[in-house]
Design a protein around this ligand. Structure first.
Ligand code: NAL
Length: 326
């Protein structure tokens, strides 16, 4: 695959395409980051951006994972001590999932965000950014609660991190786009360079095919799920025989194949008894989606296969979690 195609596959949006093409022309040693508020258990939302990091490593880029402890604190996720502990668990699960440890730099936000220079830059950003702008940037991340002062500081720090971690590409879910747009606007105000951003899609809720799959509501698949849990969750998923259901609906089963399974496996085998036509083999998402639409592949078989492959993907992280907890 061409480097540009590898870097941008399954991306919902790149800002700007021209900047990313430039990066793709000479990716060696370039640094991409994703930041995560530490969480004790990884779910598929985390793994979607992790898949992109694996693509970027394969393209020759260095990957930085920011364990955003100060951000989690500002977002009301607990005491510093609690957040630190979950960050260590998170790191172990990422490595188990397949991020090349020698090529991935894990860094705590608190390792540089409390420095004097950083703090003064932050105050300068506070001066140049309106309250309204920062609040809007945060709206999708924070979700619904009454904004505290901490919530408007949060996106400004995320903006500064892009400079302080010396990054060439910012990666995040589509829910991070307003922060990245704010960063593109505000970094030059401080005399810093603008960086391109790449956003991964948000997977629809598994049972309804609407909105987004998240840990707060609806069904989420996580590193904690047993093989049986996975089977049960996937079997209850919304899976009409089309990749494009009506209205705002999505087909979450196909999305999981597209964004989670195909990027990590060269070949997908749907096991079927001979009387139902025997095994089906796919080496790309398009042909599987086409077979579901034509009726060649039954939704029940698609679900069973999805559960099997997801199980294989999360098994190492699940084991790691078990070790940590014992
Ligand atoms: C992502 C998050 C927090 C801080 C960051 C700093 C730099 C780059 C990315 C960052 C977490 C993210 C979330 N806002 O919603 O999980």
């Amino acid at each position: 695959m061409e480097t540009y195609d590898l870097i941008t596959r399954n991306a919902e949006e790149v800002v700007t395409d021209e900047e990313v093409r430039e990066l793709a022309a000479d990716p060696d040693g370039k640094r991409a980051y994703v930041g995560y508020e530490p969480s004790g258990v990884l779910h598929l939302g985390h793994l979607l951006t992790a898949n992109k990091l694996i693509d970027l490593q394969e393209a020759g880029m260095e990957v930085v994972i920011l364990l955003a402890d100060v951000h989690a604190y500002l977002n009301g996720k607990g005491t510093f001590e609690e957040i630190r502990e979950t960050a260590e668990q998170m790191k172990a699960q990422f490595v188990a999932y397949g991020l090349d440890e020698d090529n991935t730099e894990f860094i705590y936000g608190s390792a540089f965000q409390l420095d004097e220079e950083y703090t003064l830059d932050l105050h300068e950003l506070e001066l140049s950014t309106t309250l309204n702008r920062s609040q809007r940037a945060m709206a999708e991340i924070q979700g619904g609660e009454t904004a505290k002062v901490s919530h408007v500081v949060y996106p400004l720090m995320q903006t500064l991190d892009i400079e302080y971690l010396d990054l060439d590409l910012a990666v995040g879910g589509l829910d991070q786009r307003k922060v990245h747009m704010l960063a593109r606007e505000e970094l030059p105000e401080l005399g810093y360079d603008v960086r391109p951003a790449l956003h991964t899609p948000i997977v629809a809720d598994l049972t309804s095919g609407e909105g987004k799959m998240s840990s707060s509501d609806g069904v989420t698949i996580s590193m904690e799920d047993s093989t049986d849990d996975l089977e049960e969750k996937v079997n209850s998923a919304f899976c009409p025989p089309t990749r494009d259901p009506e209205g705002d609906l999505e087909n979450p089963v196909l999305e999981l194949f597209e964004f989670h399974v195909f990027p990590r496996f060269d070949e997908i085998v749907v096991e079927r008894p001979d009387e139902y036509g025997g095994d089906l083999t796919y080496d790309d998402y398009e042909s599987l989606a086409a077979d579901l639409e034509s009726g060649e592949l039954h939704p029940a078989d698609a679900k069973g296969t999805l559960a099997t492959y997801l199980d294989e993907l999360i098994a190492p992280g699940r084991e790691k979690l078990r070790d940590i907890r014992n």
